[in-house]
Design a protein. Sequence first.
Lengths: 485, 316
Amino acid sequence: MAPTTPTKPMTFAYAPAPESRSVVDIAPSYGLFINGEFTEAADGKVFKTISPSSEEVLSEVAQATAEDVDRAVKSARKAFESWSALPGSERAKYLFRIARVIQERSRELAVLESLDNGKPIRESRDADLPLVAAHFFYYAGWADKLAHAGYGPDPRPLGVAGQVIPWNFPLLMLAWKIAPALAAGNTVVLKPAETTPLSALFFADICRQAGLPKGVVNIITGDGATGAELVGHPGIDKVAFTGSTEVGKAIARTVAGTSKKVTLELGGKAANIVFDDAPIDQAVEGIVNGIFFNQGHVCCAGSRLLVQESVQDELLDALKRRMRTLRVGDPLDKNTDVGAINSAEQLARIRTLAEAGEAEGAERWAPDCELPGSGFWFAPTLFTGVTQAHRIAREEIFGPVLSVLTFRTPEEAVAKANNTPYGLSAGIWTEKGSRILWMASRLRAGVVWSNTFNKFDPTSPFGGYKESGYGREGGRHGLEAYLDV
Amino acid sequence: MADVTASDGALRRFLHGLPGVDAVGLQVRAATLGTRSIKTTAKAYAIDLAISMIDLTTLEGADTPGKVRALCAKGAHPDPTDRTVPKVAAICVYGDMVATAKEALASASGSDIHVAAVATAFPSGRAAMPVKLADTRDAVAAGADEIDMVIDRGAFLSGRYLDVFEEIKQVKEACARPDGGAAHLKVIFETGELQTYDNVRRASWLAMLAGADFIKTSTGKVAVNATPPVTLLMLEAVRDFRAATGVQVGVKPAGGIRTSKDAIKYLVMVNETLGEEWLTADWFRFGASSLLNDLLMQRQKLRTGHYSGPDYMTVD
């Protein structure tokens, strides 16, 4: 064709499009939120929280001691009397109010989350915050309808819930824990992760803004020792934990023999299974979303790609082409797809496992991408030639690393997908509806997605089989964990 | 790939053997690309690129030589106060206006702007084959550089794929000029009538196999015209077709793209699906009319920091 544009245009390079930091005002230090007030730790100890994309110190937060944990539990116990006595419709009002305040402050909270966690603003803005608000709205709706939840005519709350949450979705995991607990009439003491305490402390402010009675929500910050003090405290009636399988097992041992109820949402090594009749372009998007969403810091991440051998080459070519367009960098840039690894410790773990993958003979591939000089970064990475015997096929990496395995028949796909100590999630990609049903009934995973991946909704229960934990969060099922049934 | 068009059965098996399209996944991907934030230098680049890719269009029963001349003058000098604005790619008219458009462009020092003519009983495509071919030859003889044909959607939807294939092939032959050159052929699917994404993928491959130089979404004459998901799917089809055959085909979304913001979303889709090889007017076009003024307004805003009123944009 005769050219109608005389000169070859330059590349369409996106100019930086940073979200403004000025929408969030981070104080130089934060105390513990106990009985509606921010207070210092008993021994005055603090620790720093940094931005993983720059290693800049964002703030200092209090390191709660056993004494502080005790104070928080007592405050929650005292508040439980009146909170649990409120009609459900009154509790609902507070929860609806919290949900609305979260929506109003969503931009501020999204920026804060991206700063403290390292996740791209596109995800904190379009995934985390809308889901946080949706979770509070959803459980607000249940608060006056507990008699119709299928747990008897008048199900009672458990009491004080001790909740320990991870760093991958700080505010969303808080919502998953606090919303059903309060709706059911419990009070809570929540400990956010050591590396991402800020959004929980901002949530404390939201509780005050919403006029929530003192002591109903208590937020204590600290490291693993603080978490252990909390779950071991005799004054709590319920432990809810999301995090690693290793810590989950320790918690299960701690509460064994007590009357505490426990729900654990632990690790995963999900299989994302692609058949030869899959919608290829959408499957590629699903694979990318499955493992590179939130830098792969997702317990239900599709970290094992099981692809049918007959489409392996075609699919991997398409996947690599797509991975070359991933934009890695500044989490606050609105065009960033993959942000920073949450901590130096996590980065070291990802590196160790990736090196093990190479050493054990798998082939490593990553697109050319320039990583920032400061902060913690790991390029989106693909391993091919992986077998069930490799560590990268068995251990949870919790990073942007995909292990590619192959299968020949549906039976083999099921066998390989289930051949893991975990069982949190799985994905199936095929245009054949009957095969989706056949597979879904055989996969031992709490969530099975078909022709999609990493889709979350407050109405849908979420939880694991085997070492991925027990109990369900979300939906009607999520109420059971906070009711005496 | 000649064997796949050897018979109706072979063509059907081939088209139905293409990978399916998951509607939800396609829409999510298009929406996600729509969240890209294109600012400052990138925006300035995208606006000029979009202007240079416009097929500035008038396709009304009420079209007159005067109207077409006005459009041609606008296409050659979109902003009379700013000569740095690029020209549009083409002027798109009905066949009987081609000669007028050629003349008007020449006198507006816009003879490097192409004239595209819609043909083959546009927009419905409901006419006998000899009529469609005569329509095409007429426009080519009048000097059309590009022919925008419509496919017979009735034939496509009733599964007569080979009929559609033969139709496109014959129109392509009718695009030949006596000097040995040929008008470029854009094939319009009217995706709003094909309805399903699977149909759009099949129509894309069918048209490309038959020799389309461009594949185009819509006539602009039905309720649903170009949409981001449909265009994304067609971009994927031209990408896959080149990988399979080595032949590069262009894409033209048409109808309903009215704002700079929308146009930039389309350019982002091209950029992230096909890359810069397709980011020229040779391989990507917008079928639009009111889009141009919005692009000009945003261009002024970017350069001067403020908006002027609509009275400072020429009406078409």
